[in-house]
Ligand binder design. Structure first.
Ligand code: TTP
Ligand code: MG
Length: 346
């Protein structure tokens, strides 16, 4: 089986961006987090990890473990910007990219004619050259193994897991490393003395499915190198919007009601798709079929109904000159996949 799945994960992502923007931080233990002592670290650079500092640890604890730690405040929009830069590079290697989080993606490279190992190395080289960041790359023939592989030699590492490495390469792994084993099933396994993949191997398919349901079947396959999940790209949309034609009117009350209604519809649609937008546009068409539009772009992604409504009202008021209207529309563009930023606790 060809190794045609690559998993890419940026190294110490937020901290690396901070080091890139402020090279004086290099070589020191750095964590990124909130202002207060009780806020949580979003990430620690590799130097800080030597002191045991890690994501989700409170700042006060980090300070007690490593008094010299440098704490940098989160700048989420800068991280989003850098994340986009990295994804621009990844797009040059495959059209089938699944973004899993702000710093992590799967690429299906089946269509790419180059050698998989060459592609993996080129991804590392090109991301570094174009963005200044290092990534770790895992190459394998399915998603589960590609992700395990990218974690193997972090940071700035690469690992290949081929079919002939299976299952030996997994046997010593702790069960918590196996995708699909959550904390509840982990506990259940430990209770019956199953701690490693090697232990897991002793269990029959019947036993696993009877005790762990559908996940049991999947686990049975997964540790034997079978993972049928495909790389599923987020369909990139240019815009989302609501517009409607109505009986000509210049009644402000009616028009405001439309804006309110359309804002709510747009809000629900964005929410359902887990998308935020940085640009809103209002479009008007008058009874003579003349069209006017007005847009505004914001640094922060807009997601809330109140914001959509207020901004749309403002845009409307800026261009509406009391003419009779037959159509009104509100649309969102410059879309952001919020799934990709949800890891952030900020
Ligand atoms: P990760 O890829 O899990 O971590 P990392 O990139 O900092 O380090 P590694 O080298 O091990 O990959 O997460 C990516 C970014 O997401 C991370 O830099 C900060 C953010 N994040 C949070 O905001 N909260 C969290 O709990 C975690 C785990 C990450
Ligand atoms: Mg990472």
């Amino acid at each position: 089986m060809r190794n045609n799945i690559i998993h890419v994960d940026i190294d110490a992502f937020y901290a690396s961006v901070e080091e890139l923007d402020n090279p004086r931080l290099k070589g020191y233990p750095v964590v990124v987090g909130g202002k207060s002592e009780n806020s949580i670290i979003t990430t620690a650079n590799y130097k800080a990890r030597e002191y045991g500092l890690h994501s989700a640890m409170p700042i006060f604890m980090a300070k007690s473990l490593c008094p010299d730690v440098i704490i940098v405040e989160n700048r989420r929009y800068r991280y989003l910007e850098k994340s986009r830069e990295v994804f621009q590079v990844l797009k040059t290697f495959s059209n089938t990219i699944e973004q899993v989080s702000i710093d992590e993606a799967y690429l299906d490279i089946s269509e790419n004619k180059e050698e998989p190992i060459y592609i993996a190395k080129e991804i590392m080289r090109k991301v570094k050259k174009e963005t200044g960041l290092t990534v770790s790359v895992g190459l394998s023939y399915n998603k589960f193994l590609a992700k395990l592989a990218s974690d193997w030699n972090k940071p700035n590492g690469m690992k290949i897991i081929s079919q002939e490495d299976m299952p030996d390469i997994l046997l010593d792994f702790d069960i918590s490393k196996v995708y699909g084993i959550g904390s509840k099933s982990e506990k259940k396994f430990r209770n019956i003395g199953i701690n490693t993949v090697s232990d897991l191997f002793q269990l029959s398919e019947e036993f696993l499915s009877e005790n762990f349901g559908k996940m049991g079947y999947e686990l049975y396959d997964r540790i034997r190198g079978i993972d049928k999940r495909v790389v599923t790209p987020f369909r990139e949309r240019k815009s989302l919007g609501v517009e409607r034609t109505f009986k000509d009117t210049r009644d402000k009350k009616d028009l405001f009601e439309y804006i309110d209604k359309f804002s709510k519809e747009l809000y629900l649609d964005l929410k359902k798709k887990n998308i935020g937008c940085n640009t809103l546009t209002v479009k008007l068409k008058n009874s003579d079929f003349e069209t006017k539009t007005k847009s505004k772009t914001f640094e922060q992604a807009i997601v809330e109904y109140e914001d959509i409504k207020n901004i749309s009202m403002d845009l409307f008021n800026e261009i509406y000159k009391n003419e009779k209207l037959r159509l009104l529309g509100i649309s969102a563009s410059n879309l952001t996949d919020l799934k990709a930023v949800q890891l952030s606790f900020i």
